[in-house]
Design a binder for this molecule. Structure first.
Ligand code: NAI
Length: 740
């Protein structure tokens, strides 16, 4: 089955996201709604979306728009028709009647429904039509969420389902998991149950919402929005509708029913318009009294708001065993929630899927959990789990496991895909080393470095791992959300607070030294980024010999925002890249001025398509839609470069003083227009000093070491400056930039 043209019907949140993503995959797509005006507006929304739904915004017009009355002829040519209209069965049935009257013989028709079973959706279709009808459940935002559930039932042509899965995996880059026609499929069934358990247990155990979110969040490998924060994000009213649908669809005996019962506080919140972030607020709200924005949290007992309290459990890494064994209310809450999730998820096998592994992967891809319920069980330990659990009667999975108590019950990860992924390879690789910030594995004849800190922030240990791993060809890759958000600012500030600038200097020198080792090691180094690739993270990438990048990256040098300049070779490498252009050959100041603009404004790109014109990525760097393929593509690069030779050292001819003056003129203009303030001027001058080559003239040749030295000196002057420290402190505290 070849999918060459697609029609999406319904241009709301999901339809427009699906159409945008098809456009990302260069598949011709037509988006239809009740009127062309509505689908035209959807196209405008796609263009303005943040984070952007399109990888390449210039392709917006590749999404054809129309309406279901005049433009249904597009359906006649489509190989796949996706229905994403409102969640109403009468409307969906009418649409199907029309689609099946017009579709090309054999074309696939699917619904994006989140809750209506195929059985009901397809009840009016002929047996022949049912063969080609399934559910393709995408998650919002479609470009960024990895999960696609393909739901089938006994009427489907399985070969067709399989080729649709292959298409979605290869062309759309999705983690496509085929599952049975049961309410909420895999992700929402477990995900919403987990939220309800986390919420009802918090009520029962009298935890505040901040406390519950502090446990049911990072310490459990769950996004930091927790449960109450996530409720606010999704919409408290929408969650109420979702629960109603589960109550209706699930059997009376299903454990879900117990946690899906109405909660009086929720009814009151919805009545008062507290529907979450889109409304006046929800469990949390921003109080704008006295011109100050204060985050407030609701008290579950008194139902009054008061300033939200930060809860620090003192946990840096996910360790479920430690968490559930804490001798405090947080430990008890964690055990209660985790054990219920494990019990519920395991009770659904084989009903919702015969592969428990698919449930875990659905939770990773659809809810951004670091591990699913069965991985949680493995991580707690099978014996420990059974020592603590009360009853599990009728739960076939747990009954079987309790007999053999096999700690190795889990088997391979990601069995839903044939791709050789990092997660599949990791357990078979040799663990060479592990420190607080990274792990080194040896697989076949090459090494793999994975950063393991929060947002993969870099410190001395991360550099140590990279350096030690260059004794073989190397792939720098990880499975967590970000490649690296840059140098760990808290780590740097800890030294600054103690006036220990010597240690900062030592670290930066080691950073530079490591990057140089990466670049000139006799074996090739491949960086395989996804997510944030900023600052120091970019500097690791730019000094790797090859790059295999996921299409969902946010890449750039953003140091100036916190009052610093890139000092791990970022300025140097960007200069070098821009010096290779035709323009730079004619004008020696062209490259430095370009780089001054890019780094000065801390420009970032949100896809490889945006990154290449800025030269954050090279034209020949590989870009990949499916994150699962990053590892195998990187491995191929190594396989194809057995006769690799390290690059020649670069040298730089820079104009020095006159160039610096040109840059300062630019800064003065910005200062006069109040775009930058006093410290912005200082930072800009330091950047100008590095990029103009410092005390040099155009006839001198500067080496890479000279550039590293300029970067280091500017960095040190800035980090010692109180105003840079103020910027860093502010950013660490608020996550926002300080303009000073
Ligand atoms: P929405 O309300 O944003 O958009 C629905 C669109 O359907 C509107 O543009 C509306 O004008 C159009 N429409 C209504 N009747 C139509 C008809 N007869 N012909 C053509 N267009 C028609 O809804 P949303 O959120 O995009 O949901 C669409 C589907 O996706 C629903 O089945 C929903 O359950 C499901 N879903 C929603 C998710 C979400 O996060 N919003 C996630 C996953 C699935």
């Amino acid at each position: 089955m070849d999918i060459k043209k697609v029609v999406v019907i319904g241009s709301g949140t999901m339809g427009s996201g699906i159409a945008a993503h098809l456009c990302n995959a260069n598949i011709p797509v037509t988006l239809l709604d009740l009127t062309t005006d509505i689908s035209e507006k959807a196209r405008e929304r796609i263009q303005k979306s943040r984070p952007p739904l399109l990888i390449d915004k210039t392709k917006i017009n590749n999404i054809n728009v129309g309406n279901i009355n005049d433009d249904f002829n597009f359906v006649k040519e489509a190989d796949w028709v996706v229905e994403a209209v409102v969640e109403r069965i009468d409307i969906k049935h009418n649409i199907y009647e029309k689609i099946f009257k017009n579709r090309k013989t054999g074309a696939i028709v699917s619904s994006n429904t989140s809750s209506i079973p195929i059985k009901i959706l397809s009840e009016k279709l002929s047996q022949e039509e049912k063969k080609d009808f399934c559910i393709t459940h995408f998650f919002n935002p479609v470009r960024y969420m990895g999960l696609l559930e393909i739901v089938k039932n006994e009427n489907n042509d399985l070969e067709k389902i399989n080729s649709l899965k292959k298409f979605c995996e290869k062309e759309l880059g999705k983690g496509a998991i085929v599952c049975n026609d049961t309410p909420g499929f895999l992700g929402n069934r477990i995900g919403v149950y987990a939220m309800q358990v986390a919420m009802t247990e918090a009520f029962k155990m009298k935890l505040s919402i901040e406390e519950a979110d502090a446990v049911f969040g990072r310490p459990m490998g769950i996004p930091k929005t927790g449960v109450f924060g996530l409720y606010d994000l999704i919409g408290i009213d929408l969650m109420a509708d979702v629960l109603k649908s589960f109550i209706k669809e699930l059997s009376k005996e299903d454990e879900f029913q117990i946690v899906a019962k109405d909660i009086p506080l929720i009814t009151k919140l919805i009545e008062k318009g507290y529907t979450g972030r889109k409304g006046k607020g929800g469990f949390y709200r921003i109080n704008k009294d006295n011109n100050q924005k204060i985050l407030e949290a609701i008290n579950l007992e008194t139902e009054q708001y008061s300033p939200s309290k930060k809860i620090d459990l003192g946990i840096d890494t996910v360790n479920l065993k430690n968490l559930i064994n804490r001798d405090d209310k947080y430990g008890k809450y964690a055990w209660s929630v985790i054990s219920k999730i494990i019990k519920y998820a395991s009770s659904l096998v084989p009903g919702i899927t015969d592969k428990f592994n698919d449930i875990d992967e659905a939770m990773r891809l659809g809810f951004n959990w670091a591990m699913g319920p069965f991985e949680m069980l493995r991580s707690i330990g099978v014996n420990e789990f059974f020592n603590r659990i009360d009853s599990f009667e009728g739960n076939k999975f747990l009954e079987n496991l309790s007999k053999n108590k096999d700690e190795n019950f889990y088997g391979e990860r990601q069995i839903y895909t044939d791709i050789q992924t990092l997660a599949k390879v990791r357990p078979t690789a040799l663990k060479l080393d592990k420190n607080n910030s990274a792990e080194i594995h040896r697989f076949k004849d090459f090494n793999i470095v994975e950063f393991t800190t929060k947002a993969c922030a870099l410190d001395y240990d991360s550099m140590d791992a990279l350096k030690n791993a260059t004794d073989k060809p190397l792939i720098v890759i990880n499975e967590s959300m970000q490649f690296s958000a840059g140098v760990n600012l808290s780590y740097t500030m800890n030294f600054a607070e103690k006036n220990d600038f010597k240690s900062i200097e030592k670290f930066i020198k080691y950073f530079q030294d490591t990057c140089k080792t990466l670049k000139y090691s006799k074996y090739p180094v491949v960086s395989a980024p996804s997510g944030l690739t900023l600052g120091g993270g970019f500097e690791v990438l730019v000094q790797s010999n090859f790059v295999a990048s996921h299409t969902n990256i946010v890449i750039g040098l953003v140091e100036t925002i916190v009052g610093l300049v890139p000092a791990g070779g970022g300025c140097k490498e960007m200069l070098w890249r821009w010096m290779q252009t035709e323009e730079a050959k004619k004008d020696p100041d062209y490259a430095p001025l370009k780089v001054f603009d890019i780094i000065g404004y801390a420009k970032t790109a949100t896809s490889p398509v945006e990154a290449k014109p800025l030269k954050y990525l090279n034209e020949n760097d590989k870009t990949i839609m499916n994150r699962n393929s990053l590892f195998s593509v990187s491995k191929n690069i190594l396989d194809n470069n057995k006769d690799f030779r390290p690059p020649e050292e670069c040298s730089f001819s820079l104009s020095g003083k006159p160039l610096k003056e040109k840059m300062i003129k630019v800064l003065e203009k910005l200062y006069n227009e109040k775009v930058i303030l006093d410290h912005g001027m200082e930072v800009g001058k330091e950047l100008a000093n590095v990029l103009s080559g410092g005390d040099t003239t155009i006839d001198k040749k500067l080496t890479e070491n000279d550039l590293y030295k300029l970067e280091l000196d500017s960095f040190m002057r800035l980090i010692e400056n109180i105003k840079t420290q103020e910027r860093i402190r502010h950013t660490l505290k608020t996550g926002k930039p300080l303009v000073n």
